[in-house]
Design a protein around this ligand. Structure first.
Ligand code: NAD
Ligand code: LMR
Length: 338
């Protein structure tokens, strides 16, 4: 057995929390040899749901689960924590715009960042799931004084997986055959799902495979512009429309894969995650932006894959999403939060 890890999950009494806890306790995130200690942070209205989940976790008798603590104190929740999964936030309902969420969530992620700076373990790393995820991560990173801001990431793995899922369906192949898709920008409708570098396990590019299947490169380009990009970028809204609330199991699955790869090393090719920009690809420093990333599982977290080319159309789509991140940052600054 490896040494145990302490994982703090905020919003643990909510829907994504419920989909996360049992898989983490079963070893799906950190592996079958890593015991886990779970800290469940909630607000008073959600604490009974978190306590109920804790009872059910006990009833599963997971061999890897060392302890479960439920608390409404961010300081208690993050004290000694090594991994944070910051899920608790106000979810977007039908018809609500993301901008409405900025003010509501700014008051959550600042205090949590401060609690992390005060008590989390020195190697602490966090993924922000609660929306608007990129900007909530920016707020938490800024509030965590003394902690390197690169410890905070935001989830775009769900968008990455959605893109792979759409390609697998279009090509009638297994999702596992597709590598090196990229989500650039914000976890929002402005994101740019990019297949320019994507490849299949048989060595063909995804673009060539699409062109073969669709009758030529012009048809493939039309499908990318008219179907693929809007479908992936609008999938969150589509799920809300169909389910009546935002994605849960797929979001939890993506969060588990994000942390798994960051902690233990990414697999074939790269994946996508929103990380603090150091100016890569011209993105203003400090913005939490989705890039192609790899992790070696060496404790250094995700590194941006640099040096990839854009065509002019792709560059314009990426810049539009980065402009939205800048606008979100400026809106939060105007609230006096940064
Ligand atoms: P939910 O409403 O079911 O659960 C949210 C939980 O957070 C609630 O139990 C609530 O009590 C709790 N909470 C609220 N404020 C808190 C605080 N300050 N501290 C601790 N807990 C707090 O929502 P959900 O379906 O679990 O979704 C959670 C978030 O994840 C939403 O913001 C949603 O938009 C977002 N989301 C992100 C992605 C992504 O890919 N990044 C995907 C799906 C959903
Ligand atoms: C998703 O991508 O499914 C969610 O982020 C949508 C949302 O706004 O909650």
């Amino acid at each position: 057995m490896e040494r145990s890890s302490t994982i703090t999950i905020t919003g643990a009494g909510g829907q994504i929390g419920y989909a996360l806890l049992f898989r983490i306790a079963a070893g799906d995130m950190l592996g079958p040899d890593r015991p886990v200690r779970l800290r469940l942070l909630e607000i008073p209205q959600g604490v009974r749901a978190a306590e109920g989940a804790a009872l059910e976790l006990q009833d599963c008798a997971f061999p890897l689960l060392e302890s479960v603590d439920v608390t409404v104190s961010a300081e208690d929740a993050f004290d000694g924590a090594e991994i944070g999964m910051l899920v608790g936030a106000r979810p977007r309902g039908p018809g609500m715009e993301r901008a409405d969420l900025l003010a509501a969530n700014a008051g959550i992620f600042g205090p949590q960042g401060a609690a992390i700076a005060k008590g989390a373990a020195s190697g602490f790393r966090a993924v922000v799931v609660g929306n608007p995820a990129n900007t909530n991560a920016l707020i938490a990173a800024n509030a965590a004084e003394g902690m390197p801001e690169g410890r905070f990431t935001a989830l775009t793995r769900l968008d990455h997986n959605r893109a792979v899922g759409q390609l697998a369906e279009a090509l009638e192949i297994g999702a596992g055959a597709i590598a090196d898709v990229i989500i650039w920008g914000n976890h929002s409708a402005t994101q740019f799902p990019d297949i320019a570098h994507a490849q299949l396990a048989d060595g063909r590019t995804v673009f060539d495979a699409l062109a073969d299947r669709m009758g030529g490169p012009i048809a493939a380009l039309a499908w990318l512009d008219d179907v693929f990009i809007p479908r992936v970028a609008g999938r969150g809204a589509e799920i809300i429309e169909v389910r009546g609330s935002s994605s849960v199991a797929s979001a939890a699955n993506a969060a588990i894969e994000h942390v798994r790869d960051e902690q233990r090393g990414s697999r074939r090719g790269w994946t996508s995650a929103a990380v603090v920009s150091r100016g890569e690809y011209g993105v203003p420093e400090g913005l939490v932006c989705s890039f192609p990333v790899i992790s070696r599982g060496d404790g250094e977290g995700y590194r941006v894959v640099e040096g990839l080319d854009f065509d002019p159309r792709g560059r314009a789509l990426f810049e539009a999403s980065v402009a939205e991140l800048v606008a979100e940052r400026d809106a939060v600054r105007a609230l006096g939060v940064l």
